[in-house]
Design a protein around this ligand. Structure first.
Ligand code: SF4
Ligand code: SF4
Length: 380
């Protein structure tokens, strides 16, 4: 006798998916065209048709922790061919946003980061922290003389805020989310018959993680897409510029605290060159993303708050970073110092909220792709 499944529709969950950008989910009539045309979907138990019916019925347990939701690269080949105008890519993107929120710790922060009503409050938190810090230490003014950031926002303050954020907060929050996600993903895949192995052996899993990294670094999955193939360039630029900027931050930290070489550094310093090239690549990459999303070719999503909040945050980060650098070189201190303040507000926002925003997909999708190989769903 076939296994029975007790269907418990969660209408609140359906409503939340609609609110997160999956408003077309009700249009699907289960023709399965999307699963056939998806270039990434495997032959056995393909996606996204089965996820569409799960979303329509509000079957949360079939979607949260479902590795296939993360294997989708949101290329929208499926939306191009869907005869009903249902947009499976948008629906899976909404499920991913909901999942990030579900795995977030603390959960209230996860909820407000993806809620458009709270964007001002989220930016106000770092503003308030900085104003109190600078005000109580006598730094809340535009210093006289040549521009030196240490006179306005001492490097010690920057490090006291960002080192714990990057080295404790982000790993802790991601660690909790990853642990919850891995357990759910394994349980879901075993229950659904998509995992060929029923054990979850983490040291073994790490080997599959390593063999997945070249696929991600080369964006090979995204390149299989047809409709929005040009999006891979923007993704590559953004991904490598973030890697470049993280490398630069680490190298400057070593230069300052271990080698005792304080800035400002020359523009021909190799690390500075890497920083500038990464910033330019990030700017170009994010502009390409915006242009792709605004095209609306009928097959390209305009995106939800979940997508746009990150794009706008990164754009703001690059613009304020670039203007801070240019006004410093021009010695325009009345523009440079306030611009630096705004830049640090945005750096705080992206650093603190990274485990709750769209950027977290880098972590969850990487794990799902590795698990797909570990579980025998696709070869390594
Ligand atoms: S989303 Fe569209 S293509 Fe996919 S099963 Fe539903 S109606 Fe068919
Ligand atoms: S958006 Fe692309 S990867 Fe995702 S289900 Fe549709 S065709 Fe497949």
């Amino acid at each position: 006798m076939a296994n029975s499944y007790w269907v418990e529709p969660d209408l609140k969950f359906v409503k939340q998916l609609v609110g997160l950008g999956g408003e077309t989910l009700k249009k699907c009539y289960q023709c399965a065209t999307c699963s056939v045309v998806c270039p990434i979907s495997p032959d056995e138990k393909p996606f996204p048709r089965k996820e569409m019916i799960a979303a329509q019925w509000g079957l949360k347990d079939k979607l949260i922790g479902n590795m296939d939701v993360w294997l989708c690269h949101y290329c929208n080949d499926c939306a191009t061919y869907c005869p009903r105008g249902a947009r499976p890519g948008d629906v899976l993107n909404a499920v991913r946003a909901y999942s990030i929120r579900e795995y977030a710790w603390p959960s209230w922060l996860g909820r407000i980061v993806i809620d458009s009503r709270f964007w001002l409050l989220l930016l106000a938190i770092p503003v308030a922290i900085y104003l109190v810090l600078l005000g109580t230490t006598g730094h809340l003014n535009i210093p006289e003389g040549h521009i030196h950031f240490d006179k306005f926002f001492p490097t010690l303050f920057v490090d006291l805020i960002f080192v714990p954020l990057h080295m404790l907060w982000v790993p802790l929050v991601f660690g909790i989310g990853i642990s919850r996600f891995m357990k759910d993903m394994h349980k879901n895949a075993v229950a659904d018959g998509r995992a060929k192995r029923t054990d979850l052996n983490i040291p073994d899993f790490l080997k599959y993680l390593v063999c997945t990294l070249p696929v991600i670094l080369g964006q090979f999955k995204f390149r299989q897409c047809i409709t929005n193939k040009d999006r891979d360039i923007a993704h590559l630029l953004v991904m490598y510029s973030f890697i470049g900027l993280f490398t630069v931050t680490g190298l400057f930290f070593v230069a300052l605290y271990i080698l005792q070489v304080p800035g400002p550094y020359s523009q021909v310093n190799p690390v500075k060159i890497l920083a500038n090239l990464s910033a330019i690549a990030l700017f170009v990459g994010i502009l390409l993303m915006i242009s792709n999303r605004r095209k609306e070719k009928g097959n390209m999503s305009k995106g939800s708050y979940f997508d746009w909040s990150l794009i706008i945050l990164i754009l703001g980060l690059v613009i304020t970073g670039g203007l801070t650098e240019l006004t410093r070189l021009a010695d325009w201190r009345y523009i440079c110092y306030p611009m630096y303040f705004v830049h640090l507000v945005l750096v705080f926002s992206i650093s603190t909220y990274i485990p709750y925003c769209k950027l977290a997909h880098l972590v969850y999708r990487t794990l799902a792709m590795a698990y797909s190989r570990y579980s025998g769903r696709e070869p390594c």
